[in-house]
Design a protein around this ligand. Structure first.
Ligand SMILES: Cc1cc2nc3c(=O)[nH]c(=O)nc-3n(C[C@H](O)[C@H](O)[C@H](O)COP(=O)(O)OP(=O)(O)OC[C@H]3O[C@@H](n4cnc5c(N)ncnc54)[C@H](O)[C@@H]3O)c2cc1C
Length: 325
């Protein structure tokens, strides 16, 4: 599995992740450089599905199988697909370890996408649904089929996230869904997010989205960071202390760097940080601040608890070892 062909002048390209990015790159390499490179394409899954195919599962009766494109069908000159899970990445040596072996690359490409951090929003897993994964879209489809009246709140739980328009297209398609069922007048749809505008980098698109939402009686509530889903009272709690009630909560999950990429040291998030606060009585709280993740810096308090006191000791010990060990 090593770069044994390097000696013949053929470069070994190892691409981690056969998603949008990995598939596109592997295809282009095959089409333009197949006599100069051989490519190993690694993904933990056995098939690809487009991000937007979740909407087909949610609203158009398509099954997970309908929208899956099996990797076994890849037939590109110079490209070999391996279904393996990447467990470690050494960027300096360009060495990758998977659950089945290891690879040495002349050129190593990391395109493992983003993971979802459901636990970052307390109450979300128990009290909400989502359509950012195929299993999530299947579950939400079932929940929707029983929903006949009430308040639907689409909450954008972190920023940035994949496909900036997706929360809003979800709202627009929900509108159509209830119109078709003759229930639109009985359903209120709102989108809440931390951004000042739907897609902050483009005023034009933001205005178009706001216009489309407005025509359908859907409100976008800007500049609100949801920090918790209260499953007892069915309310989304905001960082500023406010809250909003719902009958069905649809969340756009917090995105995060995959663990294996974080461990490799390749992802440096200079915008976020933590600090501990001693509360006395052996209890410690942790403030998680994010300076660039939203329209303005945010910070939330976790704890205080005795577990976090131990967390703090561990934090100091690992840094001591790292910097002075
Ligand atoms: C509802 C929705 C609608 C969208 N609509 C659009 C749209 O209209 N147009 C558009 O351009 N984009 C759209 N997107 C966004 C699009 O899906 C993403 O931008 C795109 O998938 C990102 O590509 P990527 O290659 O970086 O990551 P991904 O496509 O997520 O690929 C990452 C791959 O890495 C693999 N992987 C992760 N960890 C490991 C590991 N440890 N070992 C092995 N393999 C691993 C995963 O299995 C995955 O196949 C949408 C997304 C959603 C959720």
């Amino acid at each position: 599995m090593s770069g044994e062909l390097s000696s013949s002048g053929v470069k070994h390209v190892v691409i981690l992740g056969a998603g949008f990015a990995g598939l596109e790159l592997a295809t282009r390499l095959s089409e333009s450089l197949s006599d100069e490179v051989r490519t190993t394409l690694i993904d933990q899954g056995d098939s690809f599905s487009f991000g937007f195919s979740k909407l087909d599962v949610l609203f158009r009766g398509r099954s997970a199988d309908d929208v899956s494109l099996p990797y076994r069908d890849i037939s590109k000159e110079g490209v070999e697909f391996r279904q393996e899970r990447v467990t470690s990445i050494d960027p300096e040596k360009r060495r990758v370890t998977t659950d089945a072996g290891s690879y040495d690359a002349d050129i190593l490409v990391v395109s493992l996408g983003a993971d979802y951090d459901f636990a970052a929003t307390p109450g979300f897993e128990e009290g909400g649904v989502q359509y950012y994964s195929i299993p999530g879209a299947e579950r939400m489809r079932d929940v929707l089929s029983d929903f006949e009246s009430g308040r639907i709140l689409i909450g954008i739980l972190g920023h940035p996230f994949k496909c900036p328009p997706a929360p809003f297209e979800g709202a627009l398609l929900l509108h159509d869904h209830f119109v078709e069922r003759g229930l639109r007048d009985a359903v209120e749809i709102r989108v809440v997010g931390p951004m000042a505008a739907p897609v902050p980098i483009t005023e034009e698109l933001s205005q178009s989205i706001l216009g489309a939402l407005g025509e359908r009686g859907i409100e976008y509530v800007p500049n609100q960071q949801i920090v918790e889903i209260d499953t007892g009272s069915n309310e989304a709690r905001f960082a500023d202390g406010g809250s909003m009630p719902f009958d069905l909560f649809v969340g756009i999950p917090v995105h995060r760097v995959p663990d294996v990429v974080e461990r490799s040291g390749l992802a440096v998030d200079e915008g976020a940080g933590i600090c501990y606060i001693e509360f006395g009585g052996g209890k410690v709280g942790k403030v998680e601040a994010n300076f660039f993740g939203g329209p303005k810096p945010t910070a939330r308090l976790v704890g205080p608890s005795r577990d976090l006191a131990a967390d703090k000791v561990e934090f100091a010990a690992t840094r001591r070892e790292l910097w002075f060990g």
